[in-house]
Design a protein around this ligand. Structure first.
Ligand code: CA
Length: 428
């Protein structure tokens, strides 16, 4: 067992009941204070841990990590050290934060290494090189197929043979808290052949999770499925905002474009695959059998509970979806192996999103498109208003967490507020 994962560990740092960040989590991120440049951090309870300071104070001395790795605005270089090193850092953190520790005198250093999380700014942790979005929930793909094509043939013939995906846009991935301007674009009015231009009317969220690459390959290489996990550093929450009316008009024949690339919101913490190890579960049976290069052994899905809330401006939030990452038909190893089977190279900092994660029941659908069934049903908000899609002023909050043996490993939040579209289409 990885030392830091021991469910019996307790920290001398107070961790409130229900916190996403017990001593068993220790995710990685980037923070800055009003007086400091961005630095690499971890989290425990309501605090960020300044890893640059922890390293300067020689707690990682034997790991011989260059100082600049932590005085950095991204965790890419840290991830690239490899899992042996990053695991040793996480284990060392769990040692020095352990309530039974006597060797490190770490309590004396507390004032130098902790900042209250709500008093710092959490920045986007990854310099995202490339972004790929999959479409790997069978429930979501089936729902969309029923709505847009044919209930009898909801899944395309390829869907159960390969993890369908497309190349997205890295430049517009933003960190939680960033406000999202309602996009504008072409739409086709019902029963019209002539498109119109204007603000998106069918703005949606997509409940997704992302995984981040920690090791690169060279052009021409394929990541074999047995090795795929070595390349995956960790995971985050991901809201892949979608403009359904723009998407519907533009997507044939090459797939999503401006309906998707205006924004995606990621949570600020990368929870390591190491920390998620205890939450492995079996995935759905894949029938028909997959081709040999996609065959895998062992438990490759993860039991991660997910929730989406919509909070209208000045009002209380309403939970509109409760889903679980374990529903994914295609797992991350299969996605990465398929992505590279043609020799496509991957880089440290690449982001791969799951696609919308829907469960079997309407309460677990991961988009308003499905929840409102293409705008034919309304969702009641706590403030008495109704939604079919997102309104200006709505804040969308995605949460995710695992729970087992009294340990809760959380991802924090991916939050974004919808602002009205610009009146002009010009840069001010
Ligand atoms: Ca998506």
């Amino acid at each position: 067992m990885i030392r830091a994962n021991n469910p019996t560990l307790k920290s001398w740092v107070e961790v409130p009941e229900g916190s996403d960040f017990p001593i068993q989590n220790l995710p990685f991120g980037i923070f800055k204070t009003k007086d400091s440049e961005p630095r690499v951090c971890s989290a425990i309870g309501g605090y960020v841990i300044d890893l640059a300071k922890v390293n300067d104070l020689a707690f990682f001395a034997d790991l011989k990590i260059p100082r600049a790795i932590f005085y950095n605005q991204y965790i890419n270089d840290f991830m690239a050290l490899g899992k042996d090193v990053t695991r040793a850092v996480r284990d060392r953190l769990s040692e020095i934060l352990d309530e039974n520790e006597t060797k490190w005198n770490s309590r004396d250093m507390a004032e130098h290494i902790f900042y209250k999380m709500d008093e710092v700014e959490l920045l986007i942790p990854i310099n995202i090189r490339d972004y790929t979005d999959f479409y790997s929930s069978i429930e979501h793909a089936t729902n969309v197929g029923i709505m847009f094509r044919d209930p009898a043939n909801a899944l395309m013939p390829n869907w159960k043979h390969l993890p369908v995906g497309y190349h997205g846009r890295a430049s517009s991935i933003v960190v939680s808290g960033t406000e999202i301007k309602r996009p504008k674009g072409q739409q086709i009015p019902k029963d019209s052949k002539q498109p119109v231009f204007g603000p998106c009317k069918l703005l949606d969220f997509e409940l997704e999770m992302g995984f981040v690459i920690g090791q690169k390959t060279n052009l021409g290489d394929t990541v074999p499925i047995q090795a795929a996990e070595d390349f995956i550093f960790g995971m985050c929450l991901f809201n892949d905002w979608s403009a359904r009316d723009i998407q519907k008009w533009e997507y044939v024949p090459l797939g999503p474009f401006l309906g998707k690339n205006f924004a995606s919101t990621m949570s600020p913490w990368i929870v390591t695959m190491d920390a998620l190890e205890p939450f492995r579960v079996s995935g759905p049976v894949q029938d028909p059998p997959v081709l040999p290069y996609l065959e895998y052994e062992g438990e490759k899905n993860y039991d991660i509970k997910l929730a989406v809330k919509i909070q209208p401006d000045g009002s209380e939030p309403t939970v509109v979806s409760e889903s679980n990452f374990k529903y994914m038909y295609w797992n991350m190893s299969q996605q990465l192996t398929h992505h590279t089977v043609n020799g496509c190279n991957i880089n440290v900092g690449d982001m791969y999103a799951s696609g919308t994660i829907s469960g079997k029941t309407p309460e677990s659908y991961g988009s308003m498109l499905e929840i409102s069934w293409q705008g034919t049903k309304s969702v009641q908000m706590a403030d008495g208003t109704e939604r079919k899609f997102l309104a200006d002023g709505d804040t969308v909050v995605i949460e995710g967490w695992c729970e087992k043996d009294g340990v809760r490993i959380g991802f924090g939040e991916a939050v974004g507020k919808v602002l009205p579209a610009d009146k002009e289409n010009l840069i001010a």
